[in-house]
Design a protein. Structure first.
Length: 131
């Protein structure tokens, strides 16, 4: 099931479902490395004593999200896993514009305290009353 999709790494130059399968020796393995060998995976392998120097320059340069195909198939019910993936990719790229950013709300201005005149206090524009 996933074997047919391994030659189609997400983020490739062509849309993933339209990219031809790389049939050269190591093509599938290269696609897997380019898709999944993140810096975190490299660090985890090194922590286990595995030398990753041969593939240190491989892998995505940004964080990735891995979603199991079964999750996608549950949401996008195509005739095949590939069809479900195609529907998923179309859905994700249909509105590929960056989300509009809303202006940050300004902090509420502190309301000015009510004027003394409004509370029945004497105004300051006349002399105080004497008894």
């Amino acid at each position: 099931m996933a074997e047919g999709m391994m030659g189609n790494p997400m983020g490739a130059q062509q849309p993933p479902m339209e990219q031809p399968m790389n049939t050269q020796m190591g093509g599938t393995e290269d696609a897997v490395l380019d898709m999944h060998l993140t810096e975190d995976v490299k660090q985890a392998l090194q922590a286990k004593g595995i030398d990753v120097s041969a593939v240190a320059d491989r892998g995505p340069k940004e964080p990735v999200v891995v979603i199991p195909v079964s999750i996608i198939m549950n949401k996008y019910q195509g005739a095949s896993p590939e069809e479900s993936m195609k529907q998923f990719v179309q859905d994700m790229t249909a509105n590929a514009q960056a989300p509009a950013t809303e202006p940050m709300p300004q902090p509420a201005m502190a309301e000015a305290p009510p004027s003394p005149e409004g509370l029945g206090a004497p105004t300051m524009d006349r002399p105080p009353m004497t008894a």
